[in-house]
Design a protein around this ligand. Structure first.
Ligand SMILES: Nc1ncnc2c1ncn2[C@@H]1O[C@H](COP(=O)(O)OP(=O)(O)OP(=O)(O)O)[C@@H](O)[C@H]1O
Ligand SMILES: [Mg+2]
Length: 337
């Protein structure tokens, strides 16, 4: 008998040793291997079922990644797209709170977790849902954390989605690297920055990270770009406002007596300058909007509370530019390492 498969034929009378029963260790290894295979299959299915996969990153903390990630997701969802948001910040997950759905109980079926329902039909998955006390930060050692992330990505039943937005903790270390390696066909990353120099310097790291994992940068968003002060005065009169550096800023009231001045709380245009320097697209700027902070605390995102407001309109521009970039990348299959 030839060929790669040999069949045991008792009539041939040859002695075949019975395979030794698997030890507990071997069984555990087998289980692990199967689980890994199942997860890999699911990952492949995820890649097929989800249209665009976009990572939201920043070099520095607190620049507004989670605000931008939820804003992008909500804006896209408002256009009628099926959108999911995945909160990978497993040590300090805050997306559910921002969306006012932190008390949701998740539904598990066939070993898969079904994401929570957020505003505008958004599908939301966050480690916060799985924590007993969301106020207690999870302290996990590196390998355990990364294992949890892999499992976390592979075990969510998203169904068909037009887009999945993935929010990360600050920096470009383990978490984004793990997701970049395990989730196939990520379309690109959005870098969030504030106009300050330090944040800019840090966003350079994100740009280098993109080169390392060979996932394209879809563009830079400059957050907390400027604050617009508004007021009433006599029609067509001159108004003077003392700006952040103590310098006077002039405005003229219109026929209705409305005036506005945009204060650049930080240096303005830094995000755009970084985009030009690194030859990546500039997706747009978001104003500093105190309503964003309130929304974050109340669980009603600014876009939901005021869909025609300045922030929502700025998000519309960013989303439009983002969709253009995604459409450009459609033909080129991203390289996965
Ligand atoms: N455009 C904005 N105007 C005013 N406040 C903002 C704006 N963007 C974000 N914030 C506020 O800044 C704080 C940090 O925002 P956010 O949590 O989105 O940042 P992050 O980059 O995700 O932070 P972390 O690095 O901790 O994950 C929040 O209180 C948020 O409400
Ligand atoms: Mg965050």
């Amino acid at each position: 008998m030839s060929g790669p498969i040999s069949h045991h034929n008792p009539e041939e009378g040859e002695e075949k040793a019975e395979p030794a029963p698997a030890s507990a260790d071997e069984k555990a290894q087998m289980e692990q291997a199967y689980a890994q295979m199942r997860r890999k299959l699911r990952m492949t299915r995820l890649a097929e079922d989800i249209g665009y996969k976009v990572m939201v990153l920043s070099g520095k903390g607190g620049v507004g990644k989670s605000t931008v990630a939820t804003g992008l997701a909500l804006s896209l969802a408002r256009q009628g797209k099926k959108v999911g948001i995945l909160d990978i910040d497993i040590t300090g997950p805050n997306i559910p709170k921002m969306l006012g759905i932190e008390d949701t109980e998740l539904h598990v079926e066939d070993n898969q977790i079904h994401p929570a329902d957020g505003p505008n039909g958004l599908k939301v998955m966050s480690m916060a849902f799985l924590l007993e006390d969301p106020d207690k930060p999870v302290i996990w050692r590196g390998p355990i954390k990364l294992g949890a992330i892999q499992q976390f990505i592979g075990d969510v039943a998203w169904g068909k989605l037009d887009a999945l937005i993935i929010d990360f903790p600050p920096g470009t270390s383990d978490e984004p690297l793990t997701v970049a390696q395990y989730l196939p066909n990520i379309d690109g990353m959005v870098i969030v920055t504030t106009p300050q120099d330090v944040a800019l310097l840090d966003s350079r790291k994100s740009i280098n990270f993109s080169k390392t994992v060979k996932i394209p940068i879809l563009g830079v968003v400059e957050n907390m770009s400027g604050y617009t002060l508004r007021g009433k005065a006599d029609s067509n009169s001159e108004v003077t406002v003392i700006g952040p550096q103590g310098l006077p800023l002039q405005a003229t009231a219109d026929d209705n007596g409305d005036w506005s001045v945009t204060l650049n709380l930080f240096k303005q245009g830094g995000g755009e300058a970084a985009a030009i320097e690194f030859e990546v697209p500039f997706l747009g700027a978001l104003p500093f909007d105190p309503g964003v902070v309130r929304g974050g605390d109340d669980g009603v995102h600014r876009i939901v509370a005021d869909p025609e407001g300045e922030t929502a309109l700025a998000f519309n521009v960013i989303v439009e530019n983002l969709m253009d970039e995604l459409a450009k990348g459609e033909d080129e299959a991203p390289e996965i390492i």
